[in-house]
Design a protein around this ligand. Sequence first.
Ligand SMILES: Cc1cc2nc3c(=O)[nH]c(=O)nc-3n(C[C@H](O)[C@H](O)[C@H](O)COP(=O)(O)OP(=O)(O)OC[C@H]3O[C@@H](n4cnc5c(N)ncnc54)[C@H](O)[C@@H]3O)c2cc1C
Length: 487
Amino acid sequence: MTRESEGESMKEFDVAVIGAGAAGITAAEIAQANGARVVLIEQAAIGGECTWDGCVPSKALIRAARLRHDIGRAAEFGLRVDGVQVDFPAVMASVREAIATIARYEDAAHMEARGIEVRSGNARLGAGKAIRVNGEELHADRIIVCTGSAPSIPPIPGLNEVQYLTNENLFALDHLPNHLLVMGAGAIGLEMGQAFQRLGSQVTIIDVEKTLLPREDADIAECIHDMLQREGLRFHLGARVERVSSPAGAVALDAVVDGHSMTVHGDALLVATGRRPNMENLGLQAAGVEMGKHGIVVNRKLETTAEGIYAAGDITGLYPFTHVAAYQARIAADNATGNRARADYRVVPWVIFTDPEIAHVGLTEAEARARHGDDIHIVRLPYTAIDRAVIERQPRGCIKVIVGKKPVIGYALGGGEILGAHLVGPLAGELLHEFVLSMQSRTFSGRLAQAIHAYPTMSMGVQQAAGLLFPAGRATVDLREDLQTTD
Ligand SMILES: Cc1cc2nc3c(=O)[nH]c(=O)nc-3n(C[C@H](O)[C@H](O)[C@H](O)COP(=O)(O)OP(=O)(O)OC[C@H]3O[C@@H](n4cnc5c(N)ncnc54)[C@H](O)[C@@H]3O)c2cc1C
């Protein structure tokens, strides 16, 4: 439908979605499925960060690195392999192949086949829900802003004179750095740091925080720190980088640790120091959309402060994950099309794809103690107790479950409500979801111990861990603390 506006024709939509990443694609699909006429506007490639520069390439690179690492362990299984050559350009080609395969199902043709109109270009809000894109003016009754985030680059003297890497150019690298310096020991820094170390770089990670991954449970963070160090990654924690320079084509970071100066040298630098929301040049302020330090301010309905304008995904600065972007987008799209939905962040899982993985849902031990004092039970099951982990020769890891003392339902095995589950170990991200479902449905912990799990699966570890809360479970779990771990 078009209408005349100041002599120009203006195309009318029920819902306009700005940004076609995880949030934007989902918002457009849900709004369209709800019967709305939808336009999806993207300035770059449909798919966004996750497909092009984030989850997909990083996990594909991690896969190659894990295979390289596993081949190095072949002798443990009685297999003799004569060396492994890393053909880095070929590794990167396989990463790009993964991107291309996924992107193929997200392109404009697919969106249009679903009845969603697509516009390519930079969108800017105008007065009265008008949107200007590529010289065209569109109008929508409702707008969903899904413009995502970009790497946050710290204002360190000298950094801008160095050709540093971020996730936006990392996957275009054509050679393996000899010594990769990584600024930032968060999820991206650790995932990529370990992958490059396994592919043959020496990796040194520097972070101003004194501990790795401060949002993770302290036991889990300590465990992965130890594992990564054993693989040869070097860490400088509590180190504030004060200057970056580029002596003779290399990279040098001058830092201060505990009042002492130090310099680390490498031949490439990855900056992984967090994200910033893409809020500039969108005309948000003029449209009455309030912006905070971390992103657009939204309520539980994903409404912004401007009537009829919603936001979803990384732009909200809440949980920077693809699955949360899609969750929020679904709620925003429902609300934008006359339905009523509210976000509930009580149970938000996430996974850090180091090898082994770290998986997180709910409260950490420190958070649970701060909220519930001593009114909690904590159990820890080492992976050595899981037969499948032993069979797979992957017995390094731990399942930690934090449970409230108050019974949710006072029968059968009883037990309290699960407040949090934290895992580090092979397939931790897969095992996590039994805890996610239990927490979401407020199932008491005894149910997990009671449900028959197939032997020998890694998932049986979930049952065993929950069983530790009960005398009968403790009686049957052999903790095998003495079992020697490999590598
Ligand atoms: C290296 C890395 C690894 C990651 N791994 C994981 C993981 O394993 N699991 C996980 O859950 N999350 C992961 N993430 C996070 C995940 O990628 C993001 O949370 C997710 O992509 C956010 O989706 P989004 O739709 O909010 O934003 P984006 O995907 O960033 O999409 C926003 C889109 O908006 C477009 N845009 C911006 N401004 C405009 C404008 N004015 N006009 C038109 N278009 C515009 C952009 O071009 C972009 O395509 C990772 C991130 C990185 C960087």
